[in-house]
Design a protein around this ligand. Structure first.
Ligand SMILES: [Zn+2]
Length: 170
């Protein structure tokens, strides 16, 4: 059984803490990151967690881990376009459509590019009306993940850094 490093901070351990508290049986699989097993366990967890979480104030998880790292992928709403995209806070990647993030496919965009004025928390109605509706694997309480303010600050910082790099390149 893998042991989760509880010393490390950051998104992965934050979500792991949520999983440890709520679904201790799943933690060894989360740490092991074995796709088919993880997928099954994640679906089993959802049924449990959707019962106990306030859906109006929660993050909708649509992928158990980012293809570029170990963090979960959640739905965010682009303020400008009003569309829901899947987002990874760990690396800043985003996916427009469910078919863009699958076991075989990883067609990501940069969230700070596609959401120039930031993101907001989607409502359950937003999720239900989106192409992601049947891809929700889990619900995570709002305060167990990053806040909207934290995410938008991160996106702002990334925009500034990318702009500075582009300036240097010219
Ligand atoms: Zn990522």
């Amino acid at each position: 059984m893998h042991k989760i490093d509880e010393q490390s901070d950051g998104p992965k351990s934050r979500i792991n803490r949520h999983l440890i508290e709520n679904f201790s049986a799943a933690t060894s699989v989360i740490a092991g990151v074995i796709w088919p097993k993880l997928h099954t366990v994640t679906i089993a967890m959802c049924k449990h967690s959707t019962d106990i979480v306030d859906r109006d104030n929660a993050w909708h998880v649509v992928y158990p881990f980012c293809p570029h790292g170990g963090d979960i992928v959640v739905l965010v709403k682009q303020i400008d376009a009003g569309q829901l995209i899947a987002f990874c806070m760990h690396c800043g990647a985003a996916w427009h459509q469910p078919q863009h993030i699958t076991e075989e496919n990883d067609e990501y965009v940069i969230c700070s590019h596609v959401a120039p004025n930031g993101i907001e928390l989607p409502t359950p109605n937003d999720v239900a009306a989106s192409p992601w509706a049947d891809r929700v694997l889990d619900i995570v309480p709002y305060d167990r993940y990053f806040s909207i303010g934290e995410i938008n600050q991160y996106l702002d910082r990334e925009r500034t850094q990318l702009a500075a790099k582009e300036k240097k390149a010219i």
